[in-house]
Design a protein around this ligand. Structure first.
Ligand SMILES: NC(=O)C1=CN([C@@H]2O[C@H](COP(=O)(O)OP(=O)(O)OC[C@H]3O[C@@H](n4cnc5c(N)ncnc54)[C@H](O)[C@@H]3O)[C@@H](O)[C@H]2O)C=CC1
Ligand SMILES: CC(=O)C(=O)O
Ligand SMILES: [Mg+2]
Length: 439
């Protein structure tokens, strides 16, 4: 279980004289507060008010930060501490909205009875017409049992709902896909598969999310085999796509060949095993892995990977390190070798913070905020739905990874998630491959 990360906003007044905000930033930084967005709310002749988002790990740390800023004096003071994250979730983040407005009786008769009956008959006679006269083919179910919510563990599907709603927001905004969270009160593979099969006809695709290992493997394999619509466990394959892309970009920029590199994976659960398989499918010199769970180790060995004796040994052997354990600060800075590429991807807290890894000698370092499956899943589903694909295949995933590499600016590991081009490029690449596969 990771140490919790909190985010609050401090409303801070400083004199409108250069240098005062720097004092505030230093006070926050010295107490290890991580400054995020800074918004200037008001610039007066005498004083300026800013809304500063900070990330921290305990209430005590927050109290100390507030006290330190207030101690600066000379007109610097904290006016309020607000919780913008909780505020943003009030009432939930998604809602079912009508695409049509009913302004007249005529509208009512077209949208609902009696007009709608004719549309029902059209679909009854030719079920394919549902693709045109309903939103089914553009709707994805986000299915979770709540057993591996981020790195928070088995906290249940209701506690995980904010994550599912978040994924639905990303589907909508980055790919124009309607997504509906489905919270399951069972983790039994037979029951999960049966339930999803029973609801399948209302959806164009199924995204499995934060379903823990090992039951996620059986659930995904069976659903992929038994359903004729795209199914993808995002924590496995969405993450693997983005991880491969970031490793390729890092290699490109350091002149290293991925095919000649040793890659090490720490944590061989849902994300870690899929990442390892993706690297092996792409072709690396050797794929090493480590996990505290013997079954997870056996799964990597059966897939063709090599088992490292310990995390330290893996760090000594490998050029590229990926970690998905959910354990904050698991990687010690003294284990980092000069020139290594380190992707510590656990959310909400990384196995080693990028700044620490870079200071310890890494050539590239990133965490799960940057290298995040948000860069993959919206475009992968957009492409698969547009191609009317019946499955999401390995070639489609590799195409998605290469599209992410092509969308990455020189000097960066991955594109910015708000860059609409990345989602469009991923969608186009996936659709192209899906169309070729169907021919
Ligand atoms: N950045 C991103 O896009 C993504 C990040 N993740 C993160 O990866 C983490 C794991 O997620 P899942 O793979 O879904 O969970 P999981 O529960 O399936 O896998 C975690 C694995 O780590 C192993 N592990 C835990 N502590 C360990 C230790 N001290 N030493 C060695 N192995 C250890 C466990 O035995 C397990 O096999 C989470 O924190 C999640 O937020 C997951 C998906 C996407
Ligand atoms: C990003 C994500 O899917 C996770 O951390 O579980
Ligand atoms: Mg997840």
């Amino acid at each position: 279980m990771t140490q919790m990360q909190f985010i609050r906003n401090l409303i801070i007044e400083t004199p409108s004289v250069p240098g005062n905000f720097a004092k505030v930033a230093v006070a926050i930084g010295e107490l290890k507060g991580d400054i995020g967005d800074i918004q200037t709310i008001k610039v007066g002749t005498l004083s300026t008010i800013r809304d500063i988002s900070i990330q921290f790990t305990s209430e005590e740390q927050l109290d100390n930060i507030v006290a330190a800023v207030n101690r600066i004096g000379g007109g610097v003071s904290v006016h309020a501490v607000t919780d913008d994250v909780l505020h943003a979730h009030e009432g939930g983040k998604i809602a079912m909205k009508s695409r049509l407005e009913i302004r007249s009786l005529g509208d009512l008769r077209r949208v609902y009875t009696p007009g709608v009956a004719n549309v029902c008959k059209v679909i009854q006679q030719d079920p394919e017409q549902a693709n045109y006269f309903t939103g089914i083919s553009n709707t994805v179910a986000i299915v979770t049992d709540g057993t591996a919510i981020l790195g928070l563990g088995n906290i249940g599907p209701v506690a995980g709902m904010p994550v599912m709603e978040g994924k639905a927001v990303l589907f909508d905004q980055f790919a124009g896909i309607s997504a509906i969270p489905i919270l399951l009160d069972t983790s039994d593979p037979d029951e999960v598969v049966e339930t999803v099969k029973h609801i399948r006809q209302g959806f164009g695709g199924i995204l499995l999310e934060d379903i823990g290992s090992p039951h996620c493997f059986e659930i995904e394999n069976r659903l992929k085999a038994e359903l004729d619509i795209p199914v993808m466990h995002d924590d496995q394959h969405g993450t693997a796509v983005v991880t491969l892309a970031s490793a390729l970009s890092a290699c490109k920029q350091t002149g290293v060949k991925l095919s000649e590199s040793n890659v090490g994976q720490i944590g061989l659960g849902a994300a870690g095993l899929a990442i390892s398989k993706m690297f092996m499918a792409y072709g690396v010199k050797e794929m090493y892995g480590v996990d505290r769970n013997q079954d997870a180790i056996n799964r990597l060995r059966e897939s063709g990977g090599t088992i490292a004796g310990s995390i330290e040994e893996l760090m000594q052997t490998c050029d590229i390190i990926v970690a998905t354990t959910g354990v904050k600060d698991l990687i010690k800075p003294e284990w980092v070798r000069k020139g290594q590429i380190i992707l510590a991807l656990s959310n909400p807290s990384a196995e080693i913070e990028p700044e620490i890894a870079l200071k310890a000698g890494a050539a590239f370092a990133a965490d799960g905020r940057q290298v995040n499956n948000v860069l993959g899943f919206p475009g992968i589903f957009r492409g698969a739905l547009d191609a009317k694909a019946k499955d999401i295949t390995y070639p489609m995933l590799i195409a998605a990874a290469l599209a992410i590499v092509d969308s990455t600016k020189p000097g960066d590991l991955v594109p910015h998630p708000l860059d609409p081009n990345v989602h469009l490029n991923v969608a186009n690449a996936v659709e192209r491959v899906a169309n070729v596969e169907r021919e």
